[in-house]
Design a protein around this ligand. Sequence first.
Ligand code: NAD
Ligand code: ZN
Length: 388
Amino acid sequence: MKALCWHGANDVRVDHVPDPTIINPRDAIVKITSTAICGSDLHLYNGFIPTMQSGDILGHEFMGEVVELGSEVKNLKKGDRIVIPFTISCGSCFFCNRDLWSLCDNSNPNAGLAEKMFGHSPAGLFGYSHLTGGYAGGQAEYARVPFADVGPLKIPDGLSDEQVLFLTDIFPTGYMAAENCDIQPGDTVAVWGCGPVGQFAIRSAFMLGADRVIAIDRIPERLQMAAAAKAEIINYEEMDAGEAVTEMTGGRGPDSCIDAVGMEAHGTGLDALYDKAKQAVRLESDRPTALRQVILACRKGGTVSIPGVYGGFADKVPLGAAFNKGLTLKMGQTHVHRYLGPLLDRVQKGEIDPSFVITHRMKLDEAPHGYDIFLNKKDNCIKVVLKP
Ligand code: NAD
Ligand code: ZN
């Protein structure tokens, strides 16, 4: 089959690779119909994740048709159309039982490597390096889905791929980021980053009752998309975003602040890698970091919610400000399984059509071009969907 493979920083190629096969009775094989490129993929593309190996298949936002099933998967049948959460979960460990799916204890075969780095292991993830299990991703014609008796969501007739594809990741991620803010009537929520995750965080904050949402970015078309959802917008290249949100909230600061930017490479111990990457690419984090601003801008007693992905050590986090303001900090990989049903419900009721975020549709063969325009914000790119 064809698959999009990582070969080093800024080097992804569509290669011919062996088809996946069932290796565990709880597996399914899915023929992929739609698959997206995520901001998280850009951390791999930038070369920031040291546990990638040449030839690894990328992609963790995918859906398709079941073509083969392991003997223990009784909830699916061949031909079913399914959406697959990007987090892989066993469904029965201590963490899955507590609805903490992205912390599953049994889905990361390389837990030892993760434990060495973090002292604990995250769940397995599709297409996200050997730190999270080394699973082949879904920017491919086919993928193997482990624990297929637990994760996949069957899609009812009448919904297009584009309406449900983002249940795999960015819709639940934006939603959990907003839910973590514990929004009260009258609240103002500020969202740093108007990429796909920020866009869903903005809309979710309104769904969960925010009175005002302030959206911060520098890319005009992303700010326009935020404004279309009735967010008030700040271009951080035109003004100091921290000062601006403070002023817009009468000097008190937003009730909660969301960091939908992520990955700050400075001082992470990845500096050499960062310098190398910086020569090759225009790096989003080579600017006043969102996380610092988010903590400094949030009102006393407020909540900072961090869906943006961080790795290694983030330097110069103003922990003193967080402590003295009595902030609540919430973060982590999304517990996607928790949100699949409820968010599918919202899509079916017409409360949101997640396809609003798509700006580019292309064939799998064009994926390297997709990465280039998404990273470099060319051609007004906000979200790329590949159709293998
Ligand atoms: P993206 O790269 O398209 O969006 C990031 C946006 O942040 C860009 O529009 C960029 O212009 C903006 N930005 C950069 N620096 C900024 C600053 N200082 N202030 C304000 N805005 C700034 O990516 P995305 O797909 O929207 O993903 C966003 C983050 O969410 C990434 O770090 C990604 O890895 C992470 N993510 C996390 C999860 C999870 O489970 N927690 C899931 C998916 C994605
Ligand atoms: Zn993603």
